[in-house]
Design a protein around this ligand. Sequence first.
Ligand SMILES: Nc1ncnc2c1ncn2[C@@H]1O[C@H](COP(=O)(O)OP(=O)(O)OP(=O)(O)O)[C@@H](O)[C@H]1O
Ligand SMILES: [Mg+2]
Length: 612
Amino acid sequence: MSRVIGIDLGTTNCCVAVLDGGQPTVIANRQGYKTTPSIVAIAEDGGRMVGQVAARQAITNPQHTVFAAKRLIGRPFDSPQVQHALTTMPYRIVAGPSDDVRIELRGKAYSVPEISAMLLQEMRVVAEEHLTERVERAVVTVPAYFNDAQRQAVKDAGRIAGLDVLRILNEPTAAALAYGFGRGEEKRVVVYDLGGGTFDVSIVHVGGDGVFRVLATTGDSFLGGEDFDDRVMAWLIRGFEVQEGIDLRESPIALQRLKQAAQKAKCDLSQVDEAEVQLPFIVSTSPKGPLHMHYSISRGQLEKLTEDLVDRTLDICMHALELARLEATDVDEVVLVGGMTRMPRVQQAVEELFGRRASRNVHPDEVVALGAAIQGAALATEIDEVALEDVTAHSLGIATAGDGYEVIVPASTRVPCRVPSLFTTSRDEQETLRIVVLQGESGVASENELLQDFALVGLRRAPAGDVEVEVEFEIDADGIFRAGAKDLETGEQARVQVLGRSAFEPGELERAAAESAAWLEERRAEEAHEGLRQGLQALLVEVERAAREVEQWRADDPDAVDTVIAVRHAHEAAGRALAADERRALAEHLVVLEDAKEMLDAMLRESTGARR
Ligand SMILES: Nc1ncnc2c1ncn2[C@@H]1O[C@H](COP(=O)(O)OP(=O)(O)OP(=O)(O)O)[C@@H](O)[C@H]1O
Ligand SMILES: [Mg+2]
């Protein structure tokens, strides 16, 4: 069985890890970085770019470069978050066939899971190159606060990427796992994870015996570094508008440059008190000629612009304590995760709230992927010393008459779980019974997220009230919902028919998966081709050198002279094949030259032996 990798599919950065000799280890990408930007771009010729390569060309290709796609995953097009993204993202977001989100790149509309699949695929290739073996299985992390639709969409992304996703794991749980793994200490740990797009907080009981029990988890799946960047960006745009009377939001290139400059200033301000924002030619033509931006921003200003965001995270921490029925002082350790926790104000605020210094023992960018790798190994039964007990972040319930909402599985319930609930027919001969499942905390049905609309069909014909159906509401270990039902009297399974359309049209997911697999095959073939090319090139140099040495040392040996002549012929032919660049021919010449090299080396060894 192949190894299971752990992938942290972040809003801003992705990270992949694997258990190596019993130790979780992050795998660096080809450029040597341990994280890869979550950026995907399509070039003019249709070629796909992912990670650093995509990041580097973002400014010149803003409309076809997608970042922070995780903010859109599993959300309906008309949700406030997507509507907000419409005004801040330089790429084109359009409505999909079932009110889902599509991103238009070079005339093709991609679903968000397709974009995420490209990132998963990239991380898989990073792992495969390091392990020099095929990787088919993964544990992928999601924010604990992700709802059912978002989890489902990440699973779909895994399917498109051709990965068997063994588990969808909550990011803060993964972080706690990596924190406590092999430590053998019993502690109550708070994980505060402020990343690029989402905020999660979990309180985890880490048992010395390898049992990790999540006591409470909550968060906000639309609160993260992106919002901090947006604040700085809005400040720059406002300043420019006041000064020059020009709205920079109208230019995608200006937006993309502002976005990067805002983020850079924000990060700089974690180290220094004052940062410069310099964007020459931010407007290339105006009645006044080209215009440049040159502002400076202080740490204090940044803190003021983002004060309410930090406060929101603190409120959520308090809520988590409430859910766990704990006081801030009951916490033994504070673990900071996510790049945004490098901001001094964030650290200070969290440390004040919990009255203790945060742990400096984990790497905020890598700890989630490490935890995913540990869970992956545990699921693959490579290790057996960890057990996870996670909980749901959202309540799950059903719509009742008059826009009411009845909770069936309350938030903080241990998952996986199965909760039965009884439904009775209300009309004579009633054959179907419709159930609308929602997720959320509001007492008003329409304020919660629609999870599934289904009907129990083909019920036994009987007078009103005579048919009692037990519906089982199941949340699996991935945090994904499923319903099952049976007639209580006959014990027969009732048929559950899911109403409403899925985000994908029939066959679309399979088509995307096939396209993705074809892309991977092509990439592997290209890489193999490149490997051959480089191998042959290096060999040509070595063979030439060896041939010259043989000529020098064995000039009086006719056999050696003949061999060198033959080798030179082979060398020339290989050189021609390299120029023609035909894959099969390259492979054949590589074998011939390897033999030639061996022959020459043997001769040289003989002559050195003779000289001794
Ligand atoms: N030195 C720094 N100071 C302030 N912010 C930083 C610093 N370094 C990185 N960040 C911010 O951290 C965020 C990225 O964090 P991280 O890589 O943990 O997010 P992610 O895992 O991709 O996102 P998420 O977990 O929300 O899906 C970005 O907004 C980035 O600007
Ligand atoms: Mg993260």
